[in-house]
Each structure stands twice: as structure tokens, then as C-alpha cells.
Design a protein. Structure first.
Length: 92
């Protein structure tokens, strides 16, 4: 399952962007990549231009790369819980 909604960050809440806030799988191979890909296709079908999500520093982001997402080359300063640096991933 994937939960997608309006972006948490106010500067991203522009009416053209959605955010994947949670995903969960039963551990099936490539399930997370499939969820992110499906979320992006659904967002585009609804007229959205951008879908974002975050990974914590130290997470590989393999499922996002597998779904065709990319991340800017610069790391994002963390402002979330636990003061963990997070990386912004975008599907455009």
C-alpha cells in the first residue's frame, strides 16, 4: 500500500505536486518500486506534474531508482524527527 497526499512542506504545496508519505509491503520482491511507479502513474493521470518522497540518510533509494525516480545531487538538510538527514526524491 502507498499513502499519497498533499506535500507536508508548504513550499511544495503548489497544487501540481503530491507526496508519497508512506509505503508498506509484504516483502515481495520489487514491491516498493512497483508502488512508487504506480503512484506516479496515478498522479500523472490526475493531472499532477510532480511527485516527491524522502529517504533517510543511509537508505539506498534502490526502490526509487527502480521506479525511475531521481534525486538532486545535493543532499537536503534534515528538519524531521530524530534530526536525521533526508534526501528529496522527485518524479517529474
Amino acid at each position: 500500500m502507498a499513502i499519497v497526499g498533499r506535500p507536508v512542506a508548504r513550499h511544495l504545496d503548489d497544487g501540481a505536486t503530491l507526496e508519497v508519505t508512506r509505503t508498506a509491503t509484504d516483502g515481495a520482491r520489487n514491491a516498493n518500486s512497483l508502488l512508487h511507479g504506480a503512484a506516479w502513474r496515478a498522479a500523472k493521470a490526475l493531472g499532477y506534474w510532480r511527485l516527491v518522497t524522502y529517504t533517510q540518510d543511509g537508505e539506498s533509494g534502490a526502490s526509487l531508482r527502480g521506479a525511475g525516480w531521481h534525486t538532486p545531487s545535493r543532499p537536503r538538510a534534515g528538519h524531521g524527527n530524530d534530526h536525521v538527514t533526508r534526501l528529496l526524491w522527485e518524479a517529474l
